[in-house]
Design a protein around this ligand. Structure first.
Ligand SMILES: *Cc1c(COP(=O)(O)O)cnc(C)c1O
Length: 393
């Protein structure tokens, strides 16, 4: 049996995979088992933020593996203390809870928001509704699927978790109406600044402002799901900086540890002590290998020069895309890029790109790019060359 046959024999068929077996990677290129090279504009869905096997990152993770790889949360570790300190001070949050994925980070945020209202207003108040947006994506666990505002995800696994009300993104009237309908029952509003899986659709400044104004009136917590948009992806450490707001809670995952599973739920001074002993936990949460990788990512991404480079390269990338005839428009922020095509089908282009040595993503009917944050202009040119040829043939 070859690798793909063996894989399909024993791994559940929950993904539509390409027939490529990736074996190693270096920088912004991946190599398949058969030796074929690929330029990577997807970086493992925005996880390999420093590309493949960045030397400093790989050294830090290896050193940690040789020192101590895991301890459980019965004990303290220095690497988790250092990472939490750097993460909180650089983002301006008071405390963090570590899990292992975006869904877990959002589960933590949901539990935190509900307990905040439970503690403050009592069980009888039933102040437990969380408003989420139509077309959002928050994860694959039952609660985060329930939070996700896309009907296609609400199938098979009934009953879903009650207490989520959807508001149309960028519709301030709908937001006000749903808040009024559920007055006194809403504990939080949760949103992505740029809806990623939903098609790389940014919120408007006006809508974001409205969320914060409305929530402030009624002691409703704001939860920013920055699992995809956070840690440099959009050209700032957090996308909330770009919108000039400070959510009570921010969740992070994907790129945070440079390709090691991690999730983080950051909470501000108002709600950082809500989750108390035994109310939440995770066996692997705050794993030393993940924290060691995350420290290297954070050191890189908190350098203003690195952020300036992300913005410079994002502009270069976007300009190159806009010059392609078949491209109708370029959406998103920073190096989180969605491309609307005039006539071609995004999924066909993804397949053709792979055949021609370029790995890309799609979101809804758009092409999607989440290249490594340290991609070079030469590598952007190389990938765009392949893309342009395929879009213009
Ligand atoms: C990817 C993603 C998630 C889910 O993250 P997992 O690590 O797959 O659980 C949640 N929210 C957003 C915005 C995402 O992009």
């Amino acid at each position: 049996m070859n690798t793909i046959e063996k894989f399909n024999e024993h791994v559940m068929a929950t993904y539509g995979r390409l027939d490529i077996v990736l074996d190693k990677g270096q920088g912004r290129s991946a190599e398949a088992e058969d030796g074929k090279q690929y330029i990577d504009f997807g970086s493992g869905i925005g996880t390999n933020s420093l590309g493949y096997c960045d030397a400093e990152w790989a050294d830090a993770v290896s050193a940690q593996a040789h020192a101590i790889q895991h301890t459980s949360n019965y004990y303290y570790t220095k690497v988790q203390a250092d990472f939490a300190d750097k993460l909180c001070t650089s983002t301006g949050y008071s405390k963090v809870f570590f899990g292992n994925s975006g869904a877990e980070a959002n589960e933590c945020a949901i539990k935190l928001a509900r307990k905040y209202s439970f503690d403050k207003y009592g069980k009888e108040a039933e102040r437990n509704i969380i408003i989420t947006l139509v077309n959002s994506f928050h994860g694959r666990t039952i609660a985060t699927l329930s939070a996700t505002g896309q009907d296609v995800f609400h199938n098979y696994f009934f009953p879903f978790v009650p207490g989520f009300v959807n508001v149309e993104a960028n519709n301030i009237d709908d937001l006000k109406a749903k808040l009024a309908e559920n007055k006194g029952k809403v504990c939080a509003v949760m949103f992505e600044f740029v809806q990623g899986e939903g098609g790389v659709c940014p919120l408007t400044q006006e809508f974001v402002n409205a969320i914060f104004e409305e929530c402030a009136k009624d002691d409703i917590l704001t939860i920013a799901d920055e699992v995809q948009t956070g840690i440099g992806r959009t050209g700032a450490l957090l996308t909330s900086e770009i919108f000039g707001v400070k959510p009570n809670i921010t969740t992070l995952a994907k790129g945070l540890a440079g390709g090691i599973p991690i999730g983080a739920c950051l909470a501000d001074e108002k709600c950082c002590d809500v989750l108390t002993k035994s109310t939440h936990g995770s066996t692997f949460g705050g794993n030393p290998l993940a924290c060691a990788g995350g420290k290297v990512v954070l050191n890189r991404v908190t350098d203003p020069e690195f952020i300036a480079e992300i913005n410079r390269k994002a502009e270069y990338f976007r300009k190159g895309l806009a010059e392609i005839d078949e491209v109708e428009g370029v959406d998103g922020l920073g190096l989180m890029i969605g491309v609307r095509l005039k006539t071609k089908k995004a999924s066909d282009i993804l397949m053709k790109c792979a055949e021609n040595g370029l790995l890309i993503l799609t979101a809804k009917d758009k092409l999607r790019f989440l290249p490594p944050l340290n991609i070079s202009c030469e590598e952007i040119d190389q990938g765009l060359g392949i893309l342009k040829k395929l879009l213009e043939e």
